[in-house]
Design a protein around this ligand. Sequence first.
Ligand SMILES: *Cc1c(COP(=O)(O)O)cnc(C)c1O
Length: 457
Amino acid sequence: MNMPTRFDLPESELPRTWYNINADLPTPLLPPLHPATLEPVTPEFLSVLSPLKILEQDMSAHAEIEIPDPVRDIYKLWRPTPLLRAHRLERALETPAHIYYKYEGVSPVGSHKPNTAVAQAFYLKDEGGKAFATETGAGQWGSALAMACNFFDLGCEVYMVRVSFDQKPFRRFVMESYGGSVHASPSNRTAAGRSLLTEDSNHPGSLGIAISEAVEVAATSNGAMKYSPGSFLPHVLLHQTVIGEEAIKQMDMAGEYPDIVIGCAGGGSNFGGIAFPFVRENLRHGKRTRIIAAEPSACPTLTRGTYTWDFADGTGMAPVIKMHTLGHTFVPPGIHAGGLRYHGMAPQVSALLESDLIEAVSVDQVDCFESGVLFGRTEGILPAPESNHAVRATINEALACKASGEAKVILFNLSGHGNFDMAAYGRYAAGELERFEYPQEAVAEAMTHLPKVTFGS
Ligand SMILES: *Cc1c(COP(=O)(O)O)cnc(C)c1O
């Protein structure tokens, strides 16, 4: 039997709209709160940080939001991205399941992140802005935003978590090649950074702290700079829904519909991107797809975090959001090589989990790298360490099908390739990665530092 492997859409099928899940949430999202007053933020407060069109999108309840033509024109450099059937992985697992993956690693920087970077840069340019400040962990987001800012002739200032800055210089060179400027965080360029460096001159940094620095720089720039988030906020997840919209058409080309959709979850953007259009099909069109977010056992925000109000950043300068959180003081364990290190989770993803419209699983980094190597040996692509969480969760479901004899259709998002992450693969191969469960005491301790919110109660 000749079964196709690859399902490609022509350029003319590139989506014209993003899907806004605000329209279909069971209860409307609660507003972000001001970090000092703990009352809903004013539009003025937010407009210091964000382009207006983007604030509108965060609050919009329209299900379909048009993708501007200049954004679609840039998307065409790598979109529509391919959908593939993982025949060779299926055979290696001896599973009756049909495994499909949507491959976002074909973007110029190798991940899904430019889907929102390009949109955000367009809106900033459109309203006469000059530059973005942002955070980056390993550098994927900084690379995507630096590329996008360069396309629209905007400045880009990136605060990069210090351990990554020191250990992963190649991503920095990518950002600088696109014209971005990169600073190790904590830095002495902000009050937040200076105070942490006084406590510990070798502070390793965290994503939350880098967010604090980027937010401070934008807030104190007198309008010269705005802040750009790489994940977490509604508009970021909105822009990522091109992934799921394309995948629905491609699954149709394959003549199948997924029983299970899986994405890895750090801040929630690539997961939301593939999952939300399928959540819509469940809610509106009676489909019964199981939708699973896969996260690290070392940073188990959805499976072990609390659904409560917490700061979006690490030092209490950014708005307070209702979400699943490990506490804004969370600093990920140094032995963790798998990425996805953010303390919180996108409010829309959190709300869907709370309503049982999606599921969450946690997977250990050692199992993730084992699965990533198997994926590379069968399908050829060595996935990003983050994506390996989705690969692992997919393999677990495929093995469950093998045990039960069911031929379920599983679709997962391969959010990026791992070609810049070979140091982590090297540590795995050398047996240096340990199993790690984030300790319950640490979760409980962090909960004592939550802001004391009375709003809505
Ligand atoms: C940044 C990144 C992630 C995690 O971020 P989300 O916002 O949760 O998607 C996952 N995979 C890759 C390849 C990334 O670069």
